[in-house]
Ligand binder design. Structure first.
Ligand code: GLN
Ligand code: ZN
Length: 780
């Protein structure tokens, strides 16, 4: 049997050494012309095509590249821009302006793309907008792709219209659903033209990327949008002759519900339907539906969000299940589950990791490696995914996983989960529950605190001096001892400032931390770091997530030294400051051989030990940050519930060992909380500081309406802005809070950590915040 076809859905656009970032930032700094920046970007794009072609991928994604963000590219190309940018000529400069803002023109909002760590720019739409499409850059990129690869190998990536609208917000005050329906009707002709133009360039396939299909299960509105737009958009495409590209409708990040799949399967003019087999239960959906008639199944079996190699132990059974559910006649094409932009470019660059932990490095597959996997997995499928020939196709993968397992505890995923459960069970009744209920323990906590106690979220300005220190330590030009002494002076400064300003609960300022996840990752056993494992976070910003690679444990205390130093300098309580298990997990790459819940529990158990040590060191208040709780939430409702269950349990496992008199704080930001208030309440944190300053009182009202009984710390001012809030600003905020939530249960603080601010902004802002709290106390 010949190998199944392979295809990609997009490749990292940052370049193997972040060439795109460097070019774009040089352009912003006025050091590189627009033409030179575009040339640098095209080079990255073309190299990605060559890499994919050399790896033998049959159908290669083109049109997936852009300079900043794919959603932003459509906002600009469709000319669906807010009033404040309407006078600016469309194109690269306007797109950058919308992303970054300009004098008097605030930037578009930025938020996470579904449940990934990638941020896109949120389109700001109004129902009365008229799209004026001009996809010049996209079409020219597709054209160059066809020239480089040949049309038969090029698949044009198109961001689907329903997903575009699903990701947008409506700012006209009307209903968003009505706005989406109205704009979708207007987008039909724009998309008809786009597809026709792209097809006319000679591509073999048009890939309509519609991750919002996975959310259609719970949304009659989304289903109606799809049903109304797709037939109309597709019917205009030529079915034969030049410009008769095949259409592949691509869903990802979860499975789709049965009805949605049946609808996709019956869509006329669609040659392929692509499903994500790495999340949810697409096999079940397929099995219930039965074979696709006259359509190819795009099988997203290579996990585009995992840095790990395909494991034959999971992939072979998966291939057999897909084959049996799809029936013998359905052509199956092997694909990554999504665009590969969510993984780093090339694991072969990780020389340090290869030298230090060869078994871990050998089991990694970044985007470049995944291209080869497509071919190997296609060969295994052709061999029936069974027997010697299939095993042979994946022989190198099997060897890598054998070496990897030998390097870890050697336990299978199930055995590892069982061992972790056993540790949890040994904690008995106290594993997930504090010794006293909130109402009783809160009376024992921090006696003597005033009404409206004031605090901050943890970090203080990371000055150039602090960064220089860290570099010196890394390069070895100073020793740990010297470094610690220097950090202590920063702690002393932070404590001195807070004492002088009269804050009630102090923090040590986090000067020793670059990043709230990396800092813990480097001290925990079981996490690996890369040198060049960058992924795009937003625009030119890239992050290097740690990789969880074996059982997580805490060889020694992580934060006690700095806590003690800080507490020794003041009589006020100093907050111990930890990053929560869910945030560490969600901002890392989890290991592939063990379920995420088990990894979260292992992290939680390590943090539980840290909390015990903090208490023993005299700590009376401990904050466990969980800004990433909500973003790991899957799109489908059942999976959402399952996720929130174990995620909250992990937080509880980390924190409930605290004595009743220890006040546990948490902090959350970057998100709406409305759809997970139940889960937030179940965290049972004594205080929850939430980012709130940019929203009106509605978040607070929803906490109150949901019967939230704990203390709440709604942010009183925006830390993202250099503007110093006045006493009146903060007092007005507090008075507004009081109309929605009992004043006795409000803790006063800024919106988030202060590390990106300058001391000369922080000091007056906090002084005013403290004064505002005092003013309010005097009023009641
Ligand atoms: N404690 C962290 C800080 O203050 C919290 C950061 C965050 O919420 N992302 O920086
Ligand atoms: Zn925050």
């Amino acid at each position: 049997m010949t190998a199944a076809q392979t295809a990609t859905l997009g490749f990292p656009r940052i370049g193997p050494n972040r060439e795109l970032k460097k070019a774009v930032e040089a352009h912003w700094a006025g050091k590189l012309s627009e033409a030179d920046m575009l040339a640098a970007a095209q080079k990255v794009e073309e190299e990605a095509w060559s890499l994919q072609a050399a790896a033998g991928v049959d159908l290669i994604a083109v049109g997936d590249f852009n300079l900043y963000d794919q959603v932003l590219q459509y906002t600009d190309a469709l000319d669906l821009v807010p009033e404040r940018f309407a006078g600016v000529q469309r194109g690269t400069a306007r797109a950058f302006m919308m992303a970054r803002g300009a004098e008097g023109k605030p930037a578009l909002d930025m938020t996470k793309f579904f449940n990934t760590n990638y941020h896109y720019n949120v389109p700001e739409l109004r129902v009365d907008m008229e799209p004026r499409p001009a996809f010049t850059a996209l079409l020219s990129s597709i054209k160059r792709g066809v020239a480089a690869l040949g049309g038969a190998r090029a698949a044009a990536v198109i961001l689907g219209p329903v997903t575009f609208l699903h990701l947008a917000k409506f700012t006209d005050g009307g209903s968003a659903a009505a706005g989406r329906a109205a704009l979708l009707a207007k987008l039909v002709s724009a998309y008809r033209a786009l597809l026709r133009d792209a097809a006319a360039l000679g591509v073999a396939e048009l890939q309509l990327h519609e991750p919002a299909l996975c959310a259609a299960a719970d949304s009659a509105e989304l289903r109606a949008l799809y049903a109304s737009a797709y037939p109309a958009i597709l019917e205009a495409l030529p079915t034969s002759g030049a410009g008769a590209a095949a259409v592949n409708v691509v869903s990802y990040f979860d499975d789709v519900d049965d009805a949605t799949f049946a609808w996709l399967a019956a869509l006329p003019r669609v040659a392929a339907v692509s499903l994500d087999f790495t999340r949810g239960d697409a096999v079940g959906v397929l099995a219930r539906h039965g074979p696709l008639v006259c359509k190819t199944l795009g099988a997203g079996v290579i996990d585009a969000r995992s840095p790990w190699r395909a494991d034959p132990d999971t992939i072979l059974p998966l291939l057999r299940a897909i084959r049996s559910a799809a029936g013998p006649a359905t052509p199956i094409r092997i694909q990554p589950s999504a665009n590969l932009q969510f993984v780093p470019v090339d694991a072969a660059c990780e020389k340090g990791l290869h030298a230090a932990r060869p078994a871990v490095a050998g089991a990694l597959a970044f985007a470049a490696q995944k291209l080869r996997e497509l071919r190997d997995v296609a060969a295994a499928l052709a061999a029936g995914a069974d027997g010697a020939a299939a095993a042979k196709a994946l022989e190198a993968h099997a060897a890598a996983w054998t070496a990897f397992r030998a390097s870890t505890s050697g336990l299978s995923g199930a055995a590892c989960a069982a061992a972790t459960e056993k540790r949890v069970a040994a904690l008995g009744d106290g594993a997930f529950k504090r010794a006293l209920p909130f109402e009783e323990r809160v009376k024992l906590q921090l006696p003597g605190l005033p009404l409206l106690p004031t605090t901050t979220i943890g970090s203080f300005p990371q000055t150039p001096e602090v960064r220089r220190l860290r570099n010196q330590l890394k390069k070895g030009t100073i020793m740990q001892e010297q470094y610690d002494r220097a950090i202590d002076t920063h702690i002393a400064y932070a404590i001195g400032v807070q004492d002088a300003l009269g804050l009630d609960i102090l923090v040590h300022g986090e000067a020793e931390r670059t990043d709230m996840v990396e800092f813990f990752g480097q001290q925990l056993e079981g996490m690996a770091f890369t040198e060049n494992g960058w992924v795009q976070s937003y625009g030119s910003r890239c992050v290097r997530p740690p990789i969880i690679c074996s059982d997580v444990s805490r060889p020694k205390p992580m934060t006690i030294r700095e806590f003690k130093v800080a507490q020794s300098m003041t009589d006020k309580p100093v907050k111990g400051m930890l990053t929560g298990p869910i945030t560490i997990l969600n901002w890392s790459f989890p290991r592939a051989d063990v379920d995420r819940k088990t990894q979260a529990y292992q992290l939680a158990l390590a943090l539980r030990e840290e909390i015990k040590d903090l208490e023993d060191a005299g700590c009376r208040v401990i904050q466990v940050d969980e800004p990433a709780l909500r973003e790991g939430m899957p799109t489908r409702p059942q999976q959402k519930e399952a996720y929130l269950k174990w995620a909250v349990d992990a937080f509880l496992l980390a924190t409930v060992g605290a004595r009743p008199e220890t006040q546990i704080h948490t902090h959350m930001c970057y998100c709406e909380f409305q759809d997970c208030l139940g889960a937030i309440a179940r965290l049972d944190a004594d205080v929850n500081s939430i980012e709130n300053s940019r929203s009106n009182n509605s978040t607070l009202e929803s906490f109150a309406a949901a019967g939230y009984k704990h203390l709440l710390g709604p942010g009183t001012y925006d830390i993202h802005s250099p503007v110093v809030p006045s006493v009146d600003d903060v007092a007005a905020k507090l008075r507004a809070f009081a109309t929605a939530f009992p004043l006795e249960r409000i803790v006063v603080g800024p919106d988030c950590g202060l590390k990106t601010r300058k001391w000369h902004e922080v000091i007056p802002a906090l002084r005013n915040m403290v004064a505002a709290a005092a003013a309010l106390r005097a009023e009641v």
